[in-house]
Design a protein around this ligand. Structure first.
Ligand code: ZN
Length: 314
């Protein structure tokens, strides 16, 4: 199916936006910037919460468009990211219903961001583990709803809890410099937070990513041996989904560089160059990733983020 040419779309959106803005500028800006949010955060797929069994010992817990894993070990449960007290309260209910009655042995924070680390007290864990740099960020914020870690770590960590081997992989400078992936070699499963998605374009262009570091870390994860890939947002999938996502990120960077070579290293000096550069990037990207979830809602951000990133080096 051929879409409307992107420059027509861009100009039409801007003109329509200006017209509607005379009535309600906030709505017009939202609409032209993020499109139809309801189709990105769709009600059927992402309302409420659920707990799904993935392997003998591992479950995935979804709360709205957030997703964690629960590992059922002989010594108790290991849970990644509480998100907030509402999410943690709903999780407790699901655990009880699924017969997972062992206490929470370890709560693990993937990175310092508050949308992943609040509400942990509801789960009453024996241990709370996080990257050692997390508290320095929390010191600058209102982190009163974050249950403080009992153990701070740095670098890769290999744990065995209740007979389950859990590898915590330090992802370095990526999405913050406090980010860990959780790899379960025997369960053949990888969980990552705010890092890669399953055939989904990341929200608002993934602004809080250091692309060079992210690509390095993703290539490292893609070389691991596993079957099930569980990201902290939207759906879960297979290892191939992570491999595809690494290709997507590398392609974005390469396409950004190619666009810059074709239309000039400097910030475009005139409207025509800006429109042509946008169309070039859009058309190439749409051909490969136009069917990924969230393409239409987030493509504008992705183009802006990538082209700025390659120009500035982040
Ligand atoms: Zn985050």
């Amino acid at each position: 199916m051929k879409r409307t040419p992107p420059y027509v779309l861009l100009v039409t959106t801007l003109v329509a936006g200006l017209f509607v803005s005379s009535c309600n500028p906030r709505k017009a800006i939202m609409k032209s910037a993020v499109g139809d949010l309801a189709s990105y955060f769709g009600p059927q797929e992402y309302d409420g919460s659920e707990l799904v069994k993935l392997t003998d010992r591992v479950y995935t817990y979804r709360w709205t468009w957030y997703r964690s894993i629960v590992i059922d070990t002989e010594e108790g449960l290991v849970i990644t990211d509480p998100f907030n007290s509402d999410a943690a309260t709903a999780l407790k209910k699901h655990l009880k219903e699924a017969g997972l009655t062992r206490p929470v042995h370890t709560l693990f924070y993937s990175h310092y961001h508050l949308d992943h680390t609040e509400g942990g007290a509801v789960l009453d864990p024996q241990e709370v583990v996080a990257h050692q740099k997390c508290p320095t960020y929390w010191a600058d914020l209102d982190a009163s709803r974050v249950l403080p870690p009992t153990k701070l770590i740095d670098g890769d960590q290999m744990l065995t809890i209740g007979g389950v081997e859990i590898q915590l992989l330090d992802l370095g400078k990526t999405h913050t410099d406090t980010l860990y992936a959780v790899y379960l070699p025997k369960e053949r499963l990888l969980w990552t937070a705010d890092f890669a998605l399953v055939r989904t374009i990341l929200p608002i262009g993934g602004p809080d990513y250091y692309f060079p570091g992210a690509i390095k870390a993703m290539e490292r994860l893609a070389a691991l041996d596993f079957d099930i890939f569980v990201p902290s947002h939207f759906g879960y999938g297979k290892k191939q989904d992570l491999v595809d996502y690494v290709d997507f990120l590398k392609y974005l960077q390469e396409l950004g560089l190619r666009t810059m070579e074709k239309f000039g290293r400097e910030v475009p000096r005139d409207r025509e160059t800006l429109e042509n550069a946008f169309s070039f990037f859009y058309d190439e990207l749409e051909e490969r990733y136009g069917d990924w979830h969230g393409f239409e809602q987030n493509v504008l951000f992705v183009v802006a983020r990538t082209t700025t990133g390659v120009r500035l080096g982040y």
